[in-house]
Design a protein around this ligand. Structure first.
Ligand code: ADP
Length: 278
C-alpha cells in the first residue's frame, strides 16, 4: 500500500506512530513552570515565567545580573518561602505535581530538589558527617554500614572519593575550594534527589577546579535533572543542552543551547551573547 491508497484509519495510525516516535526523541519534562511571578514586597522581580525543564539533562539560565535567574531557581525548591516579603504566584509542577500545593511537605520537596550554592558551604563537621547528615535526617539508612555505603557511593559519584577516602574524619572545611564544592555536590546527591539546582557553582573556583565540576555535571546528567545559573556563557555552552535567557525579570528566549548561541531569535539575546550588554 502506498500513500495514495492508504485508508483514512491507516493514515491516522501512521501519523500517531510518527508523533509517538518524535515524542520518544524528546526528553520528558521534569519541571514545568507556568506564568510564574515573584515579588519582593513591591518589587516585581519575575514576570510571567513559563518554562519547561527537560529530565536528565542540563538546563542553563543565563542573563545579566539582577534579572531574576536565582529568584527563579529558588522557586523550584521553595527557598523563596524563607525570604520575608517574597510572594510567588503561578504554577510550578514537578512530574506533574504542584509543588506549591499547601499539603506538600516542603522538607520532602527539598530532598527531591537539592541545591548547590555559589560559595562552597560545607558544615563545620567531618567529611563523612557532611554527606551522612541528609540521609540520616531523612531516615534513608537502616544501619551504620548502610550509611557508610551511601556516603561512599555519594563521594564516588561526586568524584571526590579517591581524594578523601583516607581522611573521612577530617573537617570538610579543610578541603580546597574545588574539593569543598564537590563535597557539597556529594551532600546534595546523598539523599537521592531528582533535580539539582546549581547557583553559579564555579564562580568561586579556579579554572582547573571549574573544569572538574563541569565534567562532573556532565556525568551527573545521566541520573539527575540539573539546572545551572551561570554568568559564563562559555560554561553554559559547554555543559548545557537547553538554555533560557533571562532579562529584566522575563524569560526572553529558550531553546537548545547550540541554537541560542548560534541563531538566537530575539535581538536582546543576540546583544547579550555578543557581549553588547551584561
Ligand atoms: P540574578 O540571579 O539574575 O542576578 P536575582 O534573582 O538575584 O537575579 O535578583 C532579581 C531581582 O530581585 C534583583 O532586582 C534583586 O535585587 C531582587 N532581589 C533578589 N533577592 C532579593 C531579596 N531577598 N529581597 C529583595 N529583593 C531581592
Amino acid at each position: 500500500m502506498n500513500d495514495t491508497t492508504m485508508s483514512d484509519s491507516t493514515a491516522a495510525a501512521v501519523a500517531a506512530a510518527a508523533a509517538l516516535a518524535k515524542a520518544a526523541d524528546q526528553p520528558a519534562v521534569k519541571v514545568h513552570a507556568d506564568k510564574v511571578d515573584v515579588y519582593y514586597g513591591d518589587k516585581h522581580a519575575l514576570k510571567a515565567v513559563t518554562l519547561d525543564i527537560p529530565e536528565r539533562s542540563v538546563t542553563a539560565f543565563i542573563g545579566p545580573s539582577g534579572c531574576g535567574k536565582s529568584t527563579f531557581l529558588r522557586c523550584i525548591n521553595r527557598m523563596n518561602d524563607t525570604i520575608d516579603g517574597c510572594r510567588v504566584t503561578g504554577e510550578i509542577l514537578i512530574d506533574g505535581g504542584d509543588i506549591y500545593d499547601p499539603r506538600l511537605d516542603v522538607v520532602e520537596l527539598r530532598a527531591r530538589v537539592g541545591m548547590v550554592f555559589q560559595k562552597p558551604n560545607p558544615f563545620p563537621k567531618s567529611i563523612f558527617e557532611n554527606v551522612a547528615y541528609g540521609p540520616r535526617i531523612h531516615g534513608l539508612s537502616r544501619s551504620k554500614s548502610e550509611l557508610a555505603e551511601i556516603v561512599e557511593a555519594s563521594l564516588k559519584r561526586a568524584s571526590l572519593w579517591e581524594e578523601v577516602k583516607d581522611r573521612l574524619q577530617e573537617s570538610g572545611t579543610g578541603l580546597s575550594g574545588g574539593q569543598q564544592q564537590r563535597l557539597c555536590i556529594a551532600r546534595a546527591i546523598a539523599v537521592s534527589p531528582e533535580v539539582i539546582l546549581m547557583d553559579e557553582p564555579c564562580s568561586a573556583l579556579d579554572p582547573i577546579a571549574t573544569a572538574r565540576i563541569e565534567e562532573l555535571i556532565d556525568e551527573l546528567k545521566a541520573n539527575f535533572t540539573i539546572i545551572i545559573v551561570t554568568h559564563s556563557m562559555q560554561q553554559a555552552a559547554r555543559v548545557s543542552q537547553k538554555t533560557a535567557f533571562f532579562h529584566l525579570g522575563v524569560v526572553v528566549e529558550t531553546g537548545p543551547t547550540e541554537q541560542i548561541f548560534t541563531t538566537p531569535q530575539d535581538k536582546r539575546t543576540q546583544d547579550y551573547i555578543t557581549g553588547r550588554f551584561g
